[in-house]
Design a protein around this ligand. Structure first.
Ligand code: ARG
Length: 461
């Protein structure tokens, strides 16, 4: 039988079965917490010294030793060992090798339960800050394109059927709004997660005269968590982060799908350069938007990560259980995936070259200004909207029978439907007039879009 664990093996005669070690070990993935783990240990150590719980000489040794451990890890020379299970014990064991028995005093008034909860909150907080910067970068890219295309007319769709003309800038600004709310969700999550579990110890607090407010402040938390049981066993901060990431992933997936559509032969609204497309090994003419397709797909992993951790957490009695070690991989994978998707999407948004002529041509198809005609009948002829809708439907039918667009239909044909229609109607039937007229708050008129771009730029500063 192998040797018992030197950290907790006092009452153990033998070591773990090989399979026990394999299912228990987490160092393979939780080594990503090393910087947060060391920062937490340093804050804890300094507090122990200040409270007179740890002799200052030992405190100095520990702080220097922790710096050496961090340098070793960052230089790539750190001996990560499965026998030490996780990042917390790997760091502490190495500290012992470097500074001797004083290392054993670091774990006073602390447990791995509050330690891992603290580390993980710090890691998620850093991830939130990185994701927020990336999302702001994506917004800036969308704003660049939107600004160039405040007046570029394209078809707006409902049911993916041509509905009414909109501007490309307005369409892109819809995504700026979505990403803005995604950032809001991250900010909410950050605010709630920014409380410190350190000092909750295993689950009940500690008999040592620790200063939890001091460690919380040293680590940039707003305050210590109020309840020790909750402090070690709460993972809703990770769930919130995963939910926020998954929702952002759904937004990116929708934009990705639109990019796929827009570069297809049926649309030809945009072109992606060689930088964001791939060729086919058999069909030489092909230019495939693989990056967009992959961003469209990645939300599957993100939703899986959220669902996975939610299921891990449901039904767990208080306080800590080892189940919670399963919290890290989904979060790491989701954050990695989100970072990759955001970078790819930002690249594609900057790369895409819209074709305004193709968009305008498509915008005129499908009788897209029929609503403008109905609105005109209300305004100029005084029809109730329902009657105007009916009359417009009959005019659309006439145009369809003759195979022409609404603005190509002779006035006389329209007058067959309602003799009160006069030539002023042609002012509203082209796509530019249509978008220009939609000046209601939040509408697609180019002047609105220009103002929205300016406001969003200001907010992004
Ligand atoms: N590796 C563990 C985790 O990630 C650390 C906490 C272990 N605590 C314990 N009592 N076994 O959850």
């Amino acid at each position: 039988m192998s040797q018992s664990n030197t950290m907790w093996g006092g009452r153990f005669a033998g070591g773990p079965a090989e399979i026990m070690q394999r299912i228990n070990v987490s160092i393979g993935f939780d080594k990503r917490l090393y910087a947060e783990d060391i920062a937490g240990s340093k804050a804890h150590c300094a507090m122990l010294v200040r409270q007179g719980i740890l002799p200052p000489e030992d405190g100095d040794l520990i702080l220097e030793g922790l710096d050496r451990v961090q340098a070793e890890i960052e230089a790539g020379g750190f001996p990560f060992r499965d026998a030490h299970e996780d990042i917390h014990m790997n760091v502490e064991a190495r500290l012992g090798e470097l500074i001797g028995p004083a290392a054993g005093r670091l774990h006073t008034a602390r447990s791995r339960n509050d330690q891992v909860a603290t580390d993980f909150r710090l890691w998620c907080r850093n991830a939130i800050d990185r994701l927020d910067r990336q999302m702001a970068g994506l917004q800036a890219a969308l704003l660049d394109q939107a600004e160039r295309h405040v007046a570029t007319v394209m078809p707006g769709f409902t049911h993916l059927q041509t509905a009414q003309p909109v501007t490309f800038g307005h369409h892109l600004m819809a995504y700026v709004e979505m990403i803005g709310r995604d950032r809001g969700r991250l900010a909410d999550c950050r605010r709630r997660l920014n409380e410190c579990p350190l000092g909750a110890a295993a689950l009940a607090g500690t008999s040592f005269p620790i200063d939890r407010a001091a460690t919380a402040a040293a680590l940039g938390f707003d305050r210590p968590m109020r309840n020790s049981l909750d402090a070690v066993s709460a993972r809703d901060f990770a769930l919130e982060l995963l939910a926020a990431i998954a929702i952002n992933g759904a937004h990116l997936s929708r934009l990705a799908e639109e990019i796929v559509l827009w570069c297809s032969d049926g649309f030809r609204f945009i072109k992606l350069s060689d930088a964001f497309t791939t060729g086919s090994s058999i069909m030489p003419q092909k230019r495939n938007p693989d990056a967009a397709e992959l961003v469209r797909a990645k939300v599957g992993r993100l939703a899986g990560a959220f669902t996975g951790l939610l299921v891990v957490m449901k039904g767990l009695p208080l306080a800590y259980s080892k189940d919670m070690q399963e919290d890290k991989e989904p979060v790491f994978e989701a954050v990695d995936t989100a970072e990759l998707s955001l970078a790819a999407m930002t690249g594609m948004v900057l790369d895409m070259r819209p074709d305004p002529a193709a968009m305008r041509e498509a915008a005129g198809r499908g009788f897209s200004t029929a609503t403008d005609l109905a609105d005109w009948l209300v305004r100029a002829v005084g029809l109730p909207f329902r009657e105007a809708h009916h009359a417009t439907g009959r005019i659309v039918k006439l145009a369809e029978e003759r195979g022409v667009a609404l603005h190509e239909l002779p006035l006389a044909a329209m007058q067959e439907v309602d003799p009160r229609i006069d030539e002023r109607v042609f002012d509203v039937l082209d796509v530019d007039s249509s978008v220009r007229s939609r000046k209601s708050f939040g509408g697609t008129a180019p002047e609105n879009v220009a103002a929205a771009v300016a406001a969003a730029r200001e907010a992004l500063k």
